[in-house]
Ligand binder design. Structure first.
Ligand SMILES: Nc1ncnc2c1ncn2[C@@H]1O[C@H](COP(=O)(O)OP(=O)(O)OP(=O)(O)O)[C@@H](O)[C@H]1O
Length: 525
């Protein structure tokens, strides 16, 4: 390997007119799975390229190759005119100027922002770096990026969104010319996403090239200069943003026109409201308090889908954990199917047919060392165990049926669950609960990381469950989702339920107003 001159010196020479990245005939297989097949396209310098595709289309695989996290099985990548001959993250960054902001951030939680940004490239003496100069350099860099973050703060004290901005700053400090962002807004609130978009705009003005994956069409159409679409590992479409509509982009992703999804209220407006009033609540919550929530009263009836809206710190996540028994409450009562439910625990909830799909999939839902079958079938083990032995073939058959019900795309049920794409992991988490024939199903961010086509499929499944009499609580930061899937919406702010409205009477604005405690301004005539 010959050492190349630093990037700054190379600019303006051989690769001056070359695209930032040229991808040619790229392929990548995992055993029998062809995650990428003969993919070729250019990433233009200084532009934002959005990479679209259904769950499992190969987006993360492509990004990981570009970031040097895994090599391709075939084909080539050329960066600023130089053919990439070694796929590791360090080489990608130092030789080719490509860095990734991964979905799971890798920061040193106990070290300061400045240390995280400049670790390994501290100004001055490497062995005895000057703290003062490091802070100065960090302040300078944060200033250039227009980021208001305390360089002295330990990273663990920052919210997730700010940590992500620190990861971006860390890449920029290392002279990164191409920044790759893998679903960067999946875990962010709209306001946090706006901060990231502002940073992306600053970077673009400085000439940084960006490649970005998102399932959120409005933001893709707001940010991207180019749109590249993958389907089943193949590159199927390429447009400048102004050449294409969101509907066309989605059609290219899924290989068919997706009609507009009919909302719950449109489907059976009178029926759901009337039935809901007749039946006794499946779950009734009175004065419930616990971590970050106080005095919550709620009820949800069989066949009803109750939405919970609110900012991420509104207490809605903590409320769900208290209901399911993962967190201890400090007061109030819960009634499940007419009987008091005290001493809640996750095991008791499963026995009482109360299901929960947490929002933090990796940390809380997935059995990360286990197979797809084990993840999907975990709740059937008890029923399928005889004299201490699991009836293996029945278990596998059951798990496969559950997975098919949610169209989990996997090469085999024996794959490690971590081999599945993010969206398919989420579908597996939902499929798991069908096994206990839930009476009440609590969902936190049920379609986070899920593509538009799969989203519609999940909504259909939720409607089918509700039609079978399951009471569903769906907490989501995706307001269009709440307006589409729910019958009623409870809005939380600062740990309390501040509003409960029939979905037909709600709008994104009315929910946000309640969630933020904002005062509505009287319309000017
Ligand atoms: N390490 C691995 N081992 C086996 N198969 C894998 C591995 N990584 C990815 N795959 C498979 O490759 C295919 C593409 O996955 P990839 O994660 O690139 O999809 P994606 O487009 O990013 O999807 P999503 O939107 O759901 O995140 C999937 O079928 C996935 O199961």
């Amino acid at each position: 390997m010959t050492a190349l001159p630093p990037l700054a010196e190379r600019a303006g020479t051989a690769g001056a007119t070359a695209p930032a990245i040229r991808i040619e005939h790229l392929s990548r297989s995992f055993g029998p799975v062809r995650a990428l097949e003969d993919v070729s396209f250019d990433v233009t310098r200084g532009e934002v390229t959005a990479l679209l595709g259904e769950n499992g289309a190969g987006k993360s695989t492509l990004l990981k190759i570009l970031a040097g996290l895994q090599p391709p099985s075939g084909g080539s990548v050329t960066a600023f005119g130089d053919a990439v001959d070694s796929y590791d993250p360090n080489t990608m960054l130092t030789r080719y100027g490509i860095a990734i902001v991964p979905q799971e951030l890798s920061l040193l939680p106990d070290r300061s922002v400045a240390k995280n940004i400049l670790a390994g490239i501290e100004p001055g003496n490497r062995l005895f770096p000057s703290r003062r100069r490091m802070i100065e350099r960090a302040v300078e860099l944060l200033g250039e990026l227009d980021l208001r973050v305390d360089p002295d703060a330990p990273v663990r004290t920052l919210d997730l969104a700010t940590q992500q901005l620190v990861v971006v700053a860390r890449s920029i400090a290392r002279d990164c010319r191409v920044l790759i962002l893998d679903e960067p807004t999946a875990m962010l609130t709209p306001a946090e996403s706006d901060r990231l978009f502002a940073l992306m705009a600053t970077l673009k003005a400085k000439g940084t090239t960006m490649v970005y994956v998102s399932h959120r069409m409005p933001e893709v159409f707001q940010l991207a200069d180019r749109i590249e679409v993958l389907r089943d590992g193949r590159h199927v479409a390429s447009w400048r943003r102004e050449e294409v509509t969101p509907e066309q982009a989605v059609a290219a992703m899924v290989g068919r026109e997706l009609g507009r999804f009919t909302s719950r209220a449109e489907l059976s407006p009178a029926a759901t409201a009337a039935d809901g009033r007749r039946a006794a609540p499946a779950l009734r919550v009175s004065g419930l308090s616990g971590r970050r929530h106080h005095g919550v009263d709620l009820e949800v009836r069989p066949g009803e889908i109750l939405g919970i809206a609110g900012l991420p710190d509104s207490g809605r996540v903590e409320l769900l954990h208290n209901l399911f028994g993962g967190d201890k409450g400090t007061g109030g009562t819960v009634e499940l199917l007419g009987a008091p439910y005290e001493n809640r625990s996750t095991i008791a909830s499963v026995d009482r047919r109360l299901g929960f799909v947490p929002g933090e999939r990796r940390a809380q839902g997935l059995l990360t060392t286990m197979s797809v079958a084990e993840n999907v079938g975990v709740l059937t083990v008890k029923a399928l165990t005889r004299a201490g032995l699991v009836r293996r073939s029945a278990f596998e058959k059951n798990a496969a049926t559950l997975a098919q019900g949610f169209r989990v795309k996997t090469a085999s049920m024996d794959q490690p669950i971590t081999n599945l794409s993010g969206g398919n992991q989420q579908k597996a988490m939902l499929a798991r609960w069908i096994a206990i024939d839930p009476a009440v199903l609590i969902l936190d961010e049920p379609t986070r990381g899920v593509d538009v086509g799969a989203k519609a499929e999940i909504y259909e499944q939720l409607f089918a469950l509700a039609d079978r009499g399951v009471a569903i609580i769906c907490s989501s930061s995706d307001l269009p989702e709440l307006l589409t899937v729910t019958d009623r919406i409870a809005v939380m702010a600062e740990g309390r339920v501040v509003d409960v409205v029939p979905t037909r009477a709600a709008t994104e604005e009315s929910i946000m107003t309640a969630a933020t405690g904002a005062v509505t301004h009287p319309a000017t005539a």
